[in-house]
Structures are given as C-alpha cells and as structure tokens.
Design a protein around this ligand. Structure first.
Ligand SMILES: Nc1ncnc2c1ncn2[C@@H]1O[C@H](COP(=O)(O)OP(=O)(O)OP(=O)(O)O)[C@@H](O)[C@H]1O
Ligand SMILES: [Mg+2]
Length: 254
C-alpha cells in the first residue's frame, strides 16, 4: 500500500552521461499517487533523458530508482511496464498498418497471458471490443477500433497512443509532450485524460513546452536546466512569467 506521504515513484541522485555530455546531473524527484507533475525545461535540458531512466529505456550512469519505497533496477522497458509504469515517448509512433485495437494490444502478449490462458486466445472481435472499451474508459472516442491507424488523423493517432498508455498504466504514467501537434480542442481532451488518470490514483508526469497547459493541468512543477533541477514547487507558486523566467534562467529560483 502506498501511504499519502510516501513517494509512489522516486529517483535519487541520478546522473546520465553520454560520453562527455552530462545530460542529467544529480537529479532527485518524488512522485506521489494521484499527483500530476509538470516537467519543463528548454530543448536539451534533459527531460527525455529523465523519462528514459524512469521508463527503463536506459539505465542511469549513477543514482537509484525506488518504486513504493523499494529500490528497483529496470533492465528493459518491459520490466517497468510490468511494474505498472507506462510511458508515451516523445514522437512515439503507432504501427500505421495495424488496426487501432492491434495497436492497443501490441507487445502485451505477456501482460494479457492470464486472459489468454483462460480463453485460449482473444479473437479479433474480442480485441476490437476490448480496445474500444479501454479507450472509452479513459475518455477517448475513436471512430472504430478495427480501422487501420493509417486512416486516422494525426490528432486521432495521438489520442490512441495516449489512451493505450493510460489504460494499461496501474501506477505511473509518463507523457513526453503528448499535446504536440494537437489542435486546441484535442489538447484540451488530453488535459482531461490527465485529470482522470490523477483521479484513478496514478502518478502522472506531464512534459510540455506549452506552459499554459502545464500551469492548468499540474499540481507541482519541476524545472530542469542543463541537466539539473533548478525548481520543484507547487504549481500555485508559479505564474507564466515566473515559470518562463525559471526555465530560461532569467529568474533564479533560489
Ligand atoms: N543518445 C544520445 N547521445 C548523446 N547525447 C544525447 C543523447 N540523447 C540526448 N543527448 C543529449 O543530452 C541532453 C539532454 O537531451 P534530452 O533529449 O533529454 O533533452 P530534452 O529536455 O528532452 O529536450 P527537448 O525539449 O528538445 O525534447 C542534450 O544535450 C542532448 O544533446
Ligand atoms: Mg525531449
């Protein structure tokens, strides 16, 4: 059980070097259940590098990762997925030639092993129905889940990718620039999805360069600059000007 004051997910003093480039330096961050964290910073600040450490896509050069207070080492993204941590990577694509439902289930064979064991196999129709239900449950309306993803608009594809991640997450959901390339209405829908994920008790990390979205949708904001955390404070303590100043370094947080 996660207690209110115990971090659901945490990184302690992690650093990541790519050769001589220090992408992350001594970063510590705690995520609580039902909390939405906005992770912001200029291009190259280290946001996606931090996401990759949290999602098991790479291992930090040093430091520790803890899930519900226990130290964990992710050898691959699959380890993190199995532990309930879902990630929508920046520019992550769906498989365009597959249907919506096939994309929702893609790579989940192991996770749905229990269901497969019970029924022998999931028919195409079962998958379409289940995918539709899963997407609907997180607030995503897709025309028909048996349609090929290549027939969807960019915004609809993005919605499927987000819905896929949110519906499978049981603990933490990490969204790296999920409102990129979306119209105002669709971006608003993504913010609603984030709100519902929070209400389900998930810990959410939301990365975006669109500061009004971050100010609107988060409980706490963490600012990265040149691989270091320069601010970590409740969203209510920021306004647009202060946030921009902290990101660019024109306002020193401490
Ligand atoms: N595979 C890699 N090899 C070498 N350097 C890398 C690699 N990936 C990232 N970097 C470097 O690490 C730093 C942080 O990059 P990262 O992608 O985490 O930034 P970001 O905050 O996500 O930026 P953006 O807002 O542009 O997505 C940058 O200096 C980048 O050039
Ligand atoms: Mg990035």
């Amino acid at each position: 059980m996660t207690h209110n004051n115990q971090a659901l997910y945490e990184v302690r003093n992690i650093s990541k070097r790519y050769g001589s480039v220090v992408a992350l330096e001594d970063v510590s961050l705690q995520i609580r259940a039902g909390e939405v964290i906005g992770l912001v910073g200029d291009n190259g600040a280290g946001k996606s590098t931090l996401v990759k450490a949290l999602s098991g896509a790479h291992q930090p050069s040093s430091g520790e990762i803890l899930l519900e207070g226990k130290s964990v080492v992710w050898k691959s993204p699959h380890d993190a997925l199995e532990a309930g941590i879902e990630t929508l990577y920046q520019d992550s694509g769906l498989a365009p030639d597959l249907s919506v439902s096939a994309n929702v289930f893609l790579g989940r064979e192991k996770t749905i092993g229990g269901i497969l064991g019970k029924f022998g196999f999931l028919s195409q129709k079962d998958m379409d129905t289940q995918a539709h239900k899963d997407l609907e449950a997180v607030g995503i309306a897709v025309p028909a889940s048996n349609r090929s993803v290549s027939q969807l608009s960019g915004g609809q594809r993005q919605a499927v990718a987000i819905g896929r991640a949110v519906s499978w997450a049981s603990k933490v959901i990490i969204l790296d620039e999920p409102t990129n390339h979306l119209g105002a209405r669709q971006a608003g829908e993504v913010l609603q999805i984030i709100k519902r994920a929070k209400e389900r008790g998930l810990g959410v990390i939301f990365i975006s360069h669109t500061l009004p979205h971050v100010l609107q949708a988060t409980d706490r904001i963490v600012v990265l600059r040149l691989g270091k955390i320069v601010a970590d404070a409740p969203t209510s303590t920021f306004d647009a000007e202060k946030l921009l100043g902290t990101i660019t370094g024109l306002i020193e947080a401490h």
